[in-house]
Ligand binder design. Structure first.
Ligand code: 5CA
Ligand code: ZN
Length: 410
């Protein structure tokens, strides 16, 4: 599938540092340790509605992960999927009278435009489920052959019990898992399942639903296995980061990891499982199903500078659940204006300590607020002209750092 245009990331002087990130599975902040090429998979959208601020905030967090790795001299192999066939998409298409594939195509294109405007680095491989049906079906056939899966009527389920480590990713007890599984697309009460937590791998052909003729017969892929297969076939096992919002901690990332591990016989699927907090509006998680959405494209259409929006979304820790309020945007606009003014000044205080502080904060589990405070301080000193020494090279260098590390073009 077509990705979106690449974005230049300027190189910076000084000493980059290894990125430390919170890993849900280990319940601690640990150093990431990528090889020459860092490998990251971030779960993509289900394109039945436009990109809202919750999506944008999550993709921005993983954008910063890559910017820190790039700064440290790594190449990045980044894969993202598009869940371009799934129940919610089919339901929305039926309700609005448009074909599911047209709906997916339209919303995916809008997402590309939103990501481009926000200067989010594009994935090296942007992969739809529809274009991956055959490889997913082959994986399901292998899981069946290896007895990690079983037929239930025309559908195929994964055996949760064959993974001795099931639960390691989310660290949830079975009692915590069951309601979340039911809430987030699972079917714990379907008669005939070996275990209530077993996840659907393949949904046999149903009247009125799209299907493909494949190695496991006619049907379409289940949700979790799509990500296991798309990721593994391109990145292999032991990827550096598996990313998404905290609503994917269970069941999605648990089952995705379990399927990948059953398929490959290797462990773990990912070395870090990283989850961004939920953005809410009026106290409720922003979600397509609730409809309490603020769309990136609407704000862009109303003339909001995407760089201000980017700053507004980065102002707060990526892991905490955050409330979107109307005041965030004007505050970010003021900050952006002051940074722009300072970065076009004739001179400013030495930029290297600012770079150092930004790196120090960002490599510590992406403390964006701390990094932004360092730029604020420098901008204030520059605009007040109160610093003892002023370096004519500093404004351009701070602008470069803000571009490379925070992705904000001044
Ligand atoms: N297609 C699947 C993943 S394979 C999916 O969850 N799609 S989605 O469109 O529902 O969500 C896309 C990404 O945005 C996911 O990482 C999800 O966790 C994240 N997300 C959804 N709502 C919010 C929110 N309110 N705040 C922060 N992130 C969110
Ligand atoms: Zn996913």
């Amino acid at each position: 599938m077509r990705s979106w245009p690449t974005i230049d990331v300027p190189a910076l002087p000084g000493d980059p540092r290894p990125l430390r990130l919170y890993d849900t599975a280990a319940d601690e902040v640990r150093a990431t340790a990528p090889g020459q090429t860092a490998k990251i998979y971030v779960c993509g959208i289900t394109p039945y509605d436009a990109t809202h601020l919750g999506h944008a905030a999550t993709y921005l967090a993983f954008d910063l992960v890559q910017r820190m790795w790039l700064d440290a001299g790594h190449r990045v192999h980044y894969v993202q999927n598009v869940t371009d066939v799934d129940d919610p998409l089919l339901e929305r298409a039926a309700a609005t009278g448009i074909s599911w594939s047209e709906l997916a195509e339209r919303e995916t294109e809008l997402y590309r435009q939103d990501m481009t405007a926000l200067r989010v680095l594009p994935p090296s491989e942007y992969v739809g489920v529809v274009e991956s049906v055959d490889e997913i079906a082959e994986a399901v056939a292998k899981l069946l052959a290896d007895d990690h899966a079983y037929w239930l009527e025309d559908d195929v389920y994964a055996r949760t019990s064959t993974n001795g480590r099931f639960g390691y990713e989310s660290r949830y007890s079975r009692e915590q898992m069951l309601p979340l599984f039911a809430e987030r697309g699972g079917d714990p009460d379907r008669p005939g399942k070996r275990d209530r937590l077993d996840a659907l791998l393949w949904r046999g052909r149903r009247d009125g639903e799209p299907f493909w003729d494949t190695a496991v017969g006619a049907g379409r892929p289940g949700w979790h296995v799509e990500c296991s297969v798309i990721a593994c076939n391109r990145l292999g096992m032991g990827i550096d980061v598996q990313g998404g919002g905290s609503d994917l901690r269970f069941p999605h990332h648990e089952h995705s990891a379990a399927h990948a591990e059953a398929l490959s016989g290797q462990w773990p699927f990912a070395r870090h499982y990283v989850h961004a907090g939920m953005i809410s509006l009026d106290g409720e998680k922003m979600s397509k199903s609730r409809g309490n959405l603020v769309f990136v494209s609407k704000l862009r259409g109303a003339g909001v500078d995407p760089m201000a929006l980017r700053l507004a979304l980065l102002d707060g820790h990526y892991r905490s659940d955050r409330e979107w309020t109307g005041g965030r945007l004007p505050q970010a606009e003021r900050r952006l204006a002051s940074w722009r003014q300072a970065s076009s000044a004739a001179a400013g205080p030495d930029a290297l300590p600012v770079l150092d502080r930004m790196r120090d904060r960002l490599c510590d589990d992406l403390d964006t607020s701390g990094a932004m405070a360092a730029v604020d301080r420098w901008a204030r000193l520059t605009l007040e002209q109160t610093a003892d020494a002023a370096d004519p090279a500093a404004p351009a260098l701070v602008a470069r750092a803000v571009d490379a590390l925070l992705g904000v073009k001044l």
